[in-house]
Design a protein around this ligand. Sequence first.
Ligand SMILES: Cc1cc2nc3c(=O)[nH]c(=O)nc-3n(C[C@H](O)[C@H](O)[C@H](O)COP(=O)(O)O)c2cc1C
Length: 207
Amino acid sequence: MSETEPTALVVFGHHRADSLTAAVAERTAKRLADRGYRVDVLDLEREGFDPRNSVADEPDYGNRDKHYTDEVHAHIARVHAADVIVPVFPVWWYGLPALLKGWFDRVWNYGLTYGRSKSPMAGKRMLWIALAGGTADDQMAPLVQGLLDPQLRVGVSAYCGIPDAHTVALYDSEGQGLEGEARERHFRELFAQAEAAVDALLAAPAA
Ligand SMILES: Cc1cc2nc3c(=O)[nH]c(=O)nc-3n(C[C@H](O)[C@H](O)[C@H](O)COP(=O)(O)O)c2cc1C
């Protein structure tokens, strides 16, 4: 971690450069920069990250110092350098899209993020920003938070030694049935929700 200015890593993966996911990631990065963070934006699609796992990147539970592929070590260096980590993603089948899921599967590896007596991730904060196509009043909406929050905040963040983690869901990410100014306003509100979540994360005392 930097001894001068704090660092944030905003990570996202989407096949479309003009996706809402990319736009929310950009807004989030700007908000963090406005709050004094040096921001590293990791665009998995455009950086050509390969989410497929291989034997070379499988954990060896007898060797927490295993040397994984150079790609994994380059990525984990960016994770280790960050004080705040913000994954931004579209909800796909109530989970992470394969590209981002594969990044966690390969990069957040044994010995690199977990499996040591002193966690390499201690002191970091995380904010998971999920974009859901369903509306907030949809009968399936509780599933978004209900499934993602335990899986990501507890199953990934806390497991890797980051108890200071939060999930936020931005609903109706496709602006169903909205046109013109109403549509513009809706997306401005989603950006504002993402920015408010960043502010809340940074305002809270460190866990
Ligand atoms: C494969 C796939 C699965 C999806 N699964 C869900 C889902 O489980 N719940 C939900 O609310 N929206 C779901 N959606 C809608 C996406 O979350 C929505 O299209 C996305 O957030 C829009 O943002 P984007 O333009 O960045 O892709 C799904 C979309 C796709 C393509």
